[in-house]
Write a protein that binds this ligand. Sequence first.
Ligand code: CP
Ligand code: NVA
Length: 309
Amino acid sequence: VESLKGEDLLTLAELKTEEVEGLVELGFVLKKLAKEGRYPKLLAGKILGMIFEKHSTRTRISFESGMIQLGGHAMFMNSRDLQIGRGETVKDTAHVLSGYLDAIMIRANKHTMVQELADEAAIPVINGLTDIYHPCQALADLLTIREVKGGLKGRKIAYVGDGNNVAHSLILAAAHTGMEVSAATPEGYEPSPDVMEAATALAGKSGGHVAWTSEPAEAVKGADAIYTDVWTSMGQEEETTQRLEAFKGFMVDDEMAALAKPDYMFLHCLPAHRGEEVSASVIDGPNSHVFRQAENRLHAQKAVLASIL
Ligand code: CP
Ligand code: NVA
């Protein structure tokens, strides 16, 4: 996707719809090639620095593997081990890293910090999850739906659970591509009004639709895909008890899933808590595509890296 050369990937809202669709298609092609054992060395000699302020399995390993598959190199940095962990400024860090690396991927507590890093760095910055967005996840989600359902436009996706980072990026991504998105969250845990507004504007152009409800049954009715994520995200651990109470009735179980289309797909960004946001019968059942979805992080991100670099 040539127009993304040198660009940051921070939210997905800043991308043009053609760019989002282009990344999904490129991810699809790169996956097909990988399955044939073909790994085009599009990023020979390129170095990606990866900064983590929080835990990660999928994001860390898929970015590292992705860079290697494309002929480049990736470097893992725990923010605690960098001088930034003991007070060096984001601005100075951005300028210094710009001299060593070709791009930065960062998982951070605060989106504002990632925005500042991107503003100050001379190299592209990719958001690997913040408190409010997870764009790389959403691109893999689109790729997974496109792969299983054959397309995106007109398909209905129900998001059930917390109106969090994963929900925000999913809603924006689906709105870009003309999907019908119905988000069901308890009151007080709705997706951010800014995201709903941006997504509604995107859906207006793409022929999609975005809605919120506090009734999971309403969201899930007739859905092609049901998506959920943890009720307590990283950094919210002290709210666990209160959240378990607030999300009662929001577990995606067989009874809820029976309201979706018979061939619905179950999606979850992982890690999952069986018996909280999803029953074991659903996530380990025949309609679940969560491991395909996790694998697709790799291919969707290779599309991002190849385009940006
Ligand atoms: N889905 C996701 O981002 O997983 P990790 O936290 O393991 O990176
Ligand atoms: N919402 C979760 C997603 C983890 C990939 C979190 O922020 O912890």
